[in-house]
Design a protein around this ligand. Structure first.
Ligand SMILES: NC(=O)C1=CN([C@@H]2O[C@H](COP(=O)(O)OP(=O)(O)OC[C@H]3O[C@@H](n4cnc5c(N)ncnc54)[C@H](OP(=O)(O)O)[C@@H]3O)[C@@H](O)[C@H]2O)C=CC1
Ligand SMILES: N[C@@H](CC(=O)OP(=O)(O)O)C(=O)O
Length: 379
């Protein structure tokens, strides 16, 4: 792309979960040197922006102002789908012709919007840019993590069908939900602190008191049910045929990223919220098109990109490297427990863990910014 002067970039939602991870990554990779950036918020506008390394970004802009935002070449938004639905049409109606790079799902399935996952679909993204496309959206976090983790199998066309059981962290639902989980852990512990200290109490006594708190007055305004010491097998809104929207996205977005307009690969998911703070895990059953050995599968995964790495199917390695604790805050996507299933030679079970705030959200947006401004990217 060629821009008249230093590219002006508006970052909307800089203080949310995805926005703050995006800002950190941009700082780590010195992306702020490439652009003239400004933060935007719906609630903190007019106040000084937090210092970003050596960069002073001035005052925070008003994220609800079409006039203000229209002055920018690129808008990166991590503000959420309601914001996109409200502002994107207004900006386009006002004649704004800049690049819209979005973390939300609102525009993902529109024809003139590409899903950003450049280690998998950089040719698609480059072709879209060359064709003059201006709207781009990061994909659903579980989809992005699965495709980068198993890129060696998907990109070679080896996958026929997929069944996913996800274990999704609280932070996937946003900053307020993450806070709620931590507060629930604290409330449960406080509720039984005396019993834990009293050695005459059995663990059944303690568990009964925890259960009483869980089922009566553990605050859960954001999740709608306790998540600490429990789980919630429902993420996002209701969709058709008994699926949740999160589960539907697994199928629709996987196919869109891979460029299958006819939904060639069937992806059936059960998405579950668990009491993890950060990083999503997935237990994935694949039906492959060929009878590959475990060693061949592991090699294809390890060779595809520098972020996916194979954890040997051993207890010690799994506990040390295949957990949210091991990958959180990193771009690594751990892939382990690789084994053939008794269902048949083509069936494989794989467990993968990745930080949904990085490759699942912020990192594709940051890389799309570099693609738009023509800056180099590592692979
Ligand atoms: N969380 C994740 O793992 C993923 C999220 N996404 C998508 O990214 C978008 C943004 O998600 P996410 O970052 O999780 O959303 P958050 O809820 O963390 O942040 C969104 C906005 O909420 C406002 N906000 C209100 N209270 C607070 C607070 N206490 N701390 C921080 N922000 C606050 C901020 O806007 P303001 O400054 O205007 O008040 C912020 O920009 C959504 O569309 C989501 O679906 C996609 C993939 C993964
Ligand atoms: N729904 C995911 C995170 C997310 O925001 O996904 P999406 O961008 O597809 O709505 C989760 O809660 O873990």
């Amino acid at each position: 792309m060629t821009f008249a002067e230093k590219v002006k970039v508006a970052i909307v939602g800089y203080r949310g979960m995805v926005g703050s991870v995006l800002v950190n990554r941009m700082l780590e990779e010195d992306d702020f040197a490439l652009v003239d950036a400004k933060f935007f918020s719906t609630s903190t506008h007019g106040t000084p922006a937090p210092k970003v390394g050596k960069y002073d970004l001035g005052l925070i802009g008003d994220a609800n102002s079409v006039t203000e935002l229209s002055k920018y070449d690129i808008i990166i938004t991590c503000q959420g789908g309601d914001y996109t639905n409200a502002m994107h049409p207004q900006l386009r109606a006002a004649g704004w012709n800049g690049y819209w790079i979005d973390a939300a799902s609102a525009l993902r399935m529109k024809d003139n919007v590409s899903l950003i996952l450049d280690p998998i679909n950089k040719d698609q993204l480059k072709a879209a840019l060359e064709a003059g496309q201006k709207d781009f959206a990061g994909a659903n976090c579980t989809v992005s993590l699965m495709l980068i983790g198993l890129g060696g199998l998907f990109s070679k066309g080896l996958v026929e069908n997929v069944i996913v059981s996800s274990y999704q962290a609280a932070s996937g639902a946003g900053a307020a939900n993450m806070r709620e989980l931590i507060e629930q852990f604290g409330a449960l512990h406080s509720h039984v602190e005396a019993e834990l200290a009293d050695k005459s109490k059995t663990m059944l006594d303690v568990a009964a008191k925890v259960q009483e708190k869980l089922s009566t007055d553990l605050p859960a305004p954001y999740f709608g049910a306790p998540l600490a010491a429990s789980l919630i097998p429902w993420i996002d809104a209701k969709h058709d045929h008994g699926f949740t929207k999160e589960e539907w996205k697994g199928h629709a977005e996987t196919n869109k990223i891979l460029g299958f307009a006819d939904n060639t690969i069937k992806v059936d998911s059960t998405c579950v919220r668990v009491g993890v703070l950060r990083s999503h895990s997935q237990s994935i059953t694949l039906k492959l098109k060929e009878n590959l050995s475990v060693e061949q599968i592991e090699q294809l995964i390890a060779e595809h990109n520098k972020w996916a790495y194979v954890v040997p199917n051993e207890k010690e390695q799994t506990l040390a490297r295949l957990t949210p604790t091991a990958v959180s805050g990193t771009l690594n996507i751990a892939v382990g427990r690789v084994r053939k299933l008794s269902l048949g030679d083509e069936y494989v079970s794989i467990f993968t863990v990745g930080d949904q705030l990085l490759w699942g959200a912020a990192e594709p947006l940051r890389r799309m910014l570099r693609l738009v401004v023509g800056a180099p990217l590592d692979y």
